[in-house]
Write a protein that binds this ligand. Sequence first.
Ligand code: ATP
Ligand code: MG
Length: 250
Amino acid sequence: MVVEVKNLSKSFGNHIVLDNISLKISEGENFVIFGRSGTGKSVLLKCIVRLLLPDSGEIFIDGQNILNLSEKELNKIRKYIGFVFQSSALYDSMTVKENLEFPLIRNFEFTAEERENKIRSVLEKVDLAGAINKMPAELSGGMKKRIGLARSIITEPKLILYDEPTTGLDPITTKEISHLIVELQKDLNVTAIVVTHDLVCAHIVANHAIVLKDGKIRYEGALGKLTSTDDEFLNDFFDNEYFEDKNGRK
Ligand SMILES: Nc1ncnc2c1ncn2[C@@H]1O[C@H](COP(=O)(O)OP(=O)(O)OP(=O)(O)O)[C@@H](O)[C@H]1O
Ligand SMILES: [Mg+2]
């Protein structure tokens, strides 16, 4: 899916969070969004799928302005969109299996056997096959995160929005999840928007990156370009000087 955002603005009261943002994400791209805490990354993702309504601007998904669609028309598009929430947003009263089954039952007409196969396959992908009958309360934070991710990819979406998919995960799981994002892109030509603070994840997945600052896109380009500049903010943000020191290059 192709995503195009034009002149998007969003405020809460008199607090301007997004200030005239425009961006275009091509099909099959892994588009990474950076920015300090509170700069509006999650708000931007939520606007893109109309979980939040912007104050002004336009959002096109595969050429359709989703702000003009009825709920019914929007739901048709949402069927092909996965959203990995920053908090895993699992249903506490449902088992892992029921949580994963939920989007399959709500939006599709699979048989029980097809659903079971999909659940097992997606749990293997996130390395949690043994957790199928557990309740969310029995899982660690990282496990919940991976189940949240499994739930978002189980319907084989064409666009996935990942809100900090690796935050709080150990370094090895971080790499596995990041490679999974790349795998989905390569195998299924999924378009991905990835909000992350995690440079390991970004280095594995990013085709293109932007940095939000004060409501605007202040930097844009390949990750390598953003992490090797003389810009003071970017050097601070990506800890470039720290890494250079460590490598003895400064
Ligand atoms: N529903 C809301 N009502 C009022 N203010 C909100 C709402 N949602 C977000 N905000 C405000 O918008 C700003 C951006 O929030 P957002 O959650 O997008 O930040 P973020 O960049 O995702 O930060 P983090 O890296 O900590 O997740 C914050 O100041 C936040 O308080
Ligand atoms: Mg956020």
